[in-house]
Design a protein around this ligand. Structure first.
Ligand code: OAD
Length: 254
């Protein structure tokens, strides 16, 4: 089967696959967090439509234009401070508790999955709210970065522990992601354009079924068992209703 079922039939198929699968992994991208109020990168309102990533999110930017680099990441940390996980994040955390989801692999650096209660999360692109020195690696409090302080140990530049353009992915998170995804029976890919290598290769590394839930078409959609065009949070709520047979909002039977 691939990608062309009517929406209701597609949702029921995914709910059935979720119930039957003994190992489901979820791969998320920035589209998972837009319903929490964080912009993604490549949509019309995305960060990279307004700013060239090489100017603010690269090793070169950090080393040669630190004030602009730091301003960009302070702005993202401030925005994150005002955001909460949405219902979709909470459902994924609940699915982990109920044994429906075994792991989340995320390209997001916002920590919203963990704040929603997910424990098995591999952060492929690091974390915005972990601050360290670019020179010596010593950790520092977020407040020190927000205040424009330097490393207390060596005086080096403080930075978020995110993967910048020009840097490698953290090896342990990548290994974990490859292991979990290659063994999965079902992989839900949610809210990612799959334009960034190597994360874009992960959905092609599984022996299991792949379901794509995304607001827009991606270049790899034809490779997946099913594609659902919709919002992450809304689609997860629809799936949860099918799984529990109840309407989440009013608690009534379906
Ligand atoms: P993108 O901005 O490239 O893709 C986000 C996708 O989510 C787009 O296809 C949107 O249409 C879709 N989308 C937006 N809101 C949605 C919603 N509510 N529900 C479902 N889909 C929605 O973001 P990523 O694929 O995550 O890397 O980008 C990958 C990496 O590129 C990021 O981790 C970041 C960036 O450069 C680093 O910073 C290292």
């Amino acid at each position: 089967m691939n990608g062309t079922l009517p929406e209701d039939a597609a949702l029921s198929a995914v709910a059935d696959w979720l119930s039957a699968s003994s190992s489901t992994v979820v791969l998320t991208g920035a589209g998972m967090s837009t319903e929490s109020g964080l912009p993604d990168f490549r949509s019309t309102s995305g960060w990279w439509k307004q700013i060239d990533p090489r100017r603010v999110a690269s090793v070169e930017a950090l080393e040669q234009n630190y004030s602009l680099f730091a301003e960009f990441y302070r702005m993202r940390l401030e925005r994150l401070h005002d955001c909460q996980p949405h219902r979709g994040h909470l459902i994924l955390a609940e699915w982990e508790r109920r044994g429906i989801v075994s792991a989340i692999v995320t390209q997001n650096v916002d920590g919203l999955h963990q704040r929603a209660g997910s424990n098995q999360v591999a952060e492929l692109h690091g974390s915005l709210s972990r601050i360290r020195c670019h020179a010596c690696g010593t950790g520092a409090a977020v407040e020190r970065f927000m205040n424009g302080d330097r490393c207390g140990r060596c005086g080096g530049k403080l930075r978020p522990a995110v993967v910048l353009f020009g840097e490698m992915l953290p090896e342990d998170a990548w290994e974990h992601a490859v292991q979990a995804i290659s063994r999965a029976e079902l992989l839900l890919v949610i809210g990612t354009s799959l334009e960034v290598y190597p994360a874009s290769q992960l959905p092609l590394m599984t022996r299991g079924r792949v379901v794509m839930i995304n607001a827009e078409e991606t270049a790899l959609d034809h490779r997946f068992a099913l594609t659902i065009r919709g919002k992450a949070g809304e689609t997860l709520q629809q799936l949860e209703r099918l799984l529990t047979g109840k309407n989440e909002e009013d608690g009534s039977e379906k």
